[in-house]
Ligand binder design. Structure first.
Ligand SMILES: *[C@@H]1O[C@H](CO)[C@@H](O)[C@H](O)[C@H]1NC(C)=O
Ligand SMILES: *[C@@H]1O[C@H](CO)[C@@H](O)[C@H](O)[C@H]1NC(C)=O
Length: 489
């Protein structure tokens, strides 16, 4: 059940490491030749895993079955010592920063922080200035009344600060990232001098681990029960899910082959020189992207590049998905459009986007609000039979965690580092798309399908704040606090 932590985990990490020394290269070379050697030896075992030997039922189970059979259930009940909330006459005001999913996790953490600090929470303001440039308010995106009402047993939430406090002096507090319960108890000293604390940033303020069980479960209740999307978003999301399901089972593919993502990660594999240059310039002039000089080849070999549409096509085909499979692409605008999508579409012609699945009329109220279209993608991804993120990120993590919570719905996390080695062999003509590739890819991903496991701890060797930062996100896998064996909570 407990798998080794995937090595190609986060992009940021690669940026913190010093440039690899010569001995590293030698090691990589050695490892690679060992891989080639093993690869040639493995042909024998490969034969008995040939997908064509698999019965139809087994194949169906392997492709679409989820791990819910393990008997795990959501468990978010309060413990007996959990006290009812009071209507504290002191207030936490929050500005949530980031894109949709960063804001969602931040908001749920602030619910927990309000509880830890015995405060009343004012409905958070949403980020309007970020890269996403979205003017949506809280109630455009979320069901505000439901949020307030469903938190009644946990935290008192109000729409606005009481009139008499609007001009009261406020403490403006950038809470330290990944803080624990004792930090917020200490911060409660601020109430001696202030009745209002303003939090200008809500992302990653709360630790992933070592918090009281009631606080962790409160985060889950907030995330999975209280913070529902607004009715228009939920309605359209459900409608589109039904439309997809009318064709049978479907895959939701979070395809992060978007201009900003490629520019930020410095990944230009498969692109032409002009495009590579365009992305380089975009990176050069974007001030808040600190890393400018990126070697695309190294980035890709390290597993730090989003899979290209073509690579996703080869990958899904190799896993055994028939070309008739419906694939919903959850994404912004795909870089290069049809030029690159065609390599995926040729393998899976039933490729749909919200723009092709919904009518213009249905989309018109949402399409100019990136957070609202992201919410629609989120719903369709959580409800899909299989979720495949081509890259990590806040959305991929949030969707994966939600699917785990709902019964370990299948999420296939591509082993990008391992796959790139195989793709490069195909490029060099040493391997072909077919049964052999299929067994290798299937085997590589046997334990990357969202089965129950405990949240990963920090990276070995990391210290201090870095240790907290490298822990797996609580919302990526709320196990064990909010997922239990049936009858055991
Ligand atoms: C919050 O209130 C509870 C119950 O009244 C109390 O036990 C606890 O110490 C308070 N915590 C803080 C941080 O003020
Ligand atoms: C990028 O890295 C690759 C592999 O390490 C190397 O062969 C290549 O020369 C590098 N390219 C540049 C422009 O430095």
């Amino acid at each position: 059940m407990a798998n080794p932590r995937p090595s190609s985990h986060r992009l940021l990490r690669s940026r913190l490491l010093p440039p690899p020394s010569i001995s590293c290269y030698v090691l990589v070379l050695l490892a690679f030749s060992a891989f080639i050697f093993l690869f040639s030896q493995r042909q024998i075992t490969v034969v008995d895993r040939n997908p064509s030997d698999e019965s139809f039922e087994d194949l169906k189970e392997r492709l679409w079955g989820s791990a819910s059979g393990y008997g795990y259930r959501p468990c978010v009940k309060r413990t007996q010592k959990y006290a009812a909330p009071q209507k504290w006459n002191r207030y936490l005001t929050v500005r949530s920063n980031g894109g949709l999913n960063q804001m969602r996790t931040g908001i749920c953490d602030m619910v927990a922080v309000a509880r830890l600090m015995n405060a009343t929470l004012v409905i958070p303001q949403l980020d309007k200035r970020s890269f996403w440039q979205d003017t949506s308010t809280f109630s455009d995106i979320f069901d505000e009344s439901h949020f307030i009402n469903s938190q009644e047993g946990d935290v008192h939430i109000v729409r606005e600060l009481p009139k008499e406090l609007e001009s009261a002096p406020r403490a403006r507090k950038h809470f330290t990232s990944w803080s624990g319960a004792s930090y917020y108890e200490e911060m409660s000293q601020l109430w001696k001098d202030y009745q209002v604390i303003h939090v200008p940033k809500s992302d990653s303020r709360l630790a992933n681990n070592d918090l009281p069980i009631d606080i962790q479960r409160l985060r889950c209740r907030a995330m999975y029960h209280s913070l529902r999307f607004s009715n228009p978003i939920e309605r359209l999301g459900k409608k589109l899910v039904e439309r997809l399901k009318s064709h049978g089972q479907y895959i939701a593919l979070h395809l992060r082959f978007e201009k900003d993502m490629l520019s930020f990660t410095g990944c230009t594999y498969g692109l032409n020189d002009m495009e590579a240059e365009e992305l380089r310039i975009m990176r050069e002039i974007t001030n808040h992207w600190k890393l400018k000089d990126i070697n695309s080849t190294e980035q890709r070999l390290g597993g730090f590049c989003p899979l290209t549409p073509k690579e996703v096509g080869i990958f899904l085909k190799a896993l055994g998905y028939p070309s008739s499979t419906w694939i919903y692409v959850a994404a912004g605008e795909i870089y290069g459009g049809e030029t690159y999508l065609s390599d995926l579409r040729s393998r899976f012609p039933n490729l749909v986007f919200k723009e092709t699945l919904a009518t213009k009329e249905e989309l018109k109220d949402f399409s100019s609000h990136s957070s609202q279209t992201a919410a629609i993608d989120y719903i369709i991804s959580v409800e899909s039979d299989v979720f495949v993120p081509s890259y990590t990120g806040n959305m991929a993590r949030a969707v994966e965690g939600h699917r785990r919570f709902l019964g370990h719905r299948k999420t296939i996390n591509p082993d990008r580092k391992g796959l790139v080695e195989l793709f490069d062999m195909i490029d060099r003509g040493e391997l072909k798309e077919g049964a052999k590739l299929s067994s290798l890819v299937s085997e590589m991903h046997e334990h990357r399908q969202g089965a129950p496991r405990k949240r990963y701890g920090s990276l070995p060797g990391s210290k201090g704040r870095d240790r907290l930062r490298t822990e797996e996100s609580f919302y990526e896998n709320p196990f064990p606090e909010c997922i239990c064996l049936a009858g055991k909570h």
